[in-house]
Ligand binder design. Structure first.
Ligand SMILES: NC(=O)c1ccc[n+]([C@@H]2O[C@H](COP(=O)([O-])OP(=O)(O)OC[C@H]3O[C@@H](n4cnc5c(N)ncnc54)[C@H](OP(=O)(O)O)[C@@H]3O)[C@@H](O)[C@H]2O)c1
Length: 398
């Protein structure tokens, strides 16, 4: 592992999505835990917007990240030609970057197919085309999602590509149909249009066999709060779908608490992985020179069922809070419960998402390891739900 940590000394990283839930954690590890030579961070809108997001996400670590003087912000947008970068910025990336980590995406599960295809597929392919002009690049890491296989029946899911159907349709044809009609016959087989877009992106990236650099795809399952880095419980609700889903369902009198168990498979694996374990998996495999597909799912953390997690969550809520929910006094303003209920029904399945390529990392402590040394998952989960319920006054248990 020491060798892999040292590997970062020579790396100039270009990070997209560095203001997002996973990206902030990656940025923290690259700047403050690893000896990375330099990090170029793509940010939308303005540098000030990115600074505000980073400060909000990790207030206590923010100054140290900036004081490292190794982060250079570049304004751009993956949906624009040339990433919308200034020509001088693009030239600098082309001349200096050795590693690209692509963590930008639109993770909204509500986004219809015709809108999700741009940020979750086309933008990645355009980035890849641009990277062909980077003179020093050695590795490209694309962050995907285990939901790319949500069209599969229950059972084992290996770290490989699965065809969309028995006739193995050409992903290029599926994409061009989406682009011309805004629709696909495969959409409903997935938990959300987002997952089909990410499936196509994976296939179209890996199809490019002539790329002059290593290509690695990491598929996280649902991402949960950090156990350690940048600090315990780091993570925003929007970036933690299971937390938002259970929370919205549990606080809705029509779906939650009394109804939660009905219609959702509570025996299904609660397939969530802390965001910092995802970041460590990404960085460890990059340093090891891994290529192809790596999964980062719940089996790298702890196995629990949805029923167990729901019970822990409800135990974290005071009885008065439960009564308030039943009376409809705590209904969420946005009323996302019906959408989350549909997604949860599709997602709570008996998939066994294998992470064989990363099992060995569980033996390692340190910045690139996945050891849980000193971490108590049960206490953490209880504390987590207490934090969540405290965020809505009156729900908290004492
Ligand atoms: N969250 C999960 O549970 C989960 C599970 C599996 C896989 N993943 C994957 O993990 C990766 C990171 O997700 P996340 O949870 O960190 O998402 P997130 O918190 O929503 O962050 C998304 C990031 O992408 C950036 N971005 C979006 N559109 C962009 C554009 N057009 N140009 C430049 N940047 C853009 C956002 O920038 P702004 O700050 O400007 O918005 C933000 O930095 C994604 O590939 C996602 O599919 C996530």
């Amino acid at each position: 592992m020491e060798r892999h940590v040292k590997w970062f000394r020579d790396q100039v990283v270009f990070l997209t999505g560095g203001t997002g839930n996973l990206g902030v954690c990656l940025l923290y590890k690259l700047t403050l835990q690893l000896p990375t030579k330099k990090i170029f961070l793509l940010c939308r809108g303005s540098v000030q917007r990115a600074l505000d997001k980073l400060e909000a996400a990790m207030a206590e670590q923010f100054d140290d990240v900036l004081d490292s003087h190794r982060v250079q912000f570049m304004v751009g947008d993956t949906s624009k030609p040339g990433l919308g970068l200034k020509p001088s910025d693009l030239r600098q990336l082309q001349e200096e970057v050795t590693v690209v980590i692509n963590a930008a995406a639109d993770i909204s599960l509500q986004q219809p197919l015709h809108l999700s295809i741009q940020p979750n597929c086309i933008a990645h392919l355009q980035l890849l085309t641009l990277l062909r002009g980077f003179s020093r690049i050695k590795s490209f890491l694309h962050v995907s999602s285990t939901s790319v296989n949500s069209f599969l029946p229950d059972g084992i899911i290996e770290e490989q590509i699965y065809p969309l159907s028995d006739d193995n349709p050409d992903p290029e044809k599926v994409l061009s149909q989406i682009l011309s009609t805004g629709q696909s016959a495969y959409t409903d087989n997935f938990i959300a249009p987002y997952a089909l877009c990410k499936h196509l992106a994976e296939r179209l990236i890996l199809k490019q066999a002539d790329l002059p650099f290593k290509t690695l795809i990491v598929r996280p399952s649902l991402i949960g709060p950090a156990i350690r880095d940048p600090y315990p419980f780091y993570g925003n609700d929007e970036g933690m779908p299971l937390q938002s889903a259970l929370y919205n369902l549990a606080t809705d009198p029509d779906y939650g608490l009394d109804e939660l168990g009905k219609g959702i498979n509570l025996d299904a694996v609660f397939d969530e992985i802390p965001v910092d374990l995802v970041a460590s998996t990404c960085l460890a495999h990059l340093a090891a020179g891994s290529v192809g597909i790596v999964q980062a799912a719940g089996s790298l953390y702890v196995a629990a069922t949805t029923g167990e997690i729901t019970t822990t969550m409800i135990q974290g809520v005071a009885p008065t809070g439960i009564e308030k929910v039943r009376r409809g006094e705590i209904r969420q303003r946005q009323n996302l419960a019906p959408m989350f209920f549909q997604v949860a029904r599709k997602y709570m399945r008996n998939w066994d998402i294998r992470c064989d390529r990363s099992e060995h990392l569980k033996e390692h402590t340190g910045v690139l390891g996945l050891s849980l040394d000193g971490h108590d998952p049960k206490a953490f989960m209880k504390h987590r739900w207490q934090n969540v319920s405290k965020s809505v006054s009156g729900l908290s248990s004492t």
